[in-house]
Ligand binder design. Sequence first.
Ligand code: ZN
Length: 65
Amino acid sequence: METRKCKHKNIHTERTTLTLSSSPGPVILYDVPVQVCDDCGEKFISPKSAHEIIEKADLAANEEF
Ligand SMILES: [Zn+2]
């Protein structure tokens, strides 16, 4: 069996839904940009996206009902 480490050369950007577990409850973030490897399907979050995610999570966490 050939074991070849994927170098993630072919990646594209996808939008996905992320669920973050936080208190008081899970935060669901829609339309989060992630990078997906075409070869192995592994997902990455770029630093820019991570920043966006944190901001969205913060906003969601601060919403009071
Ligand atoms: Zn890959």
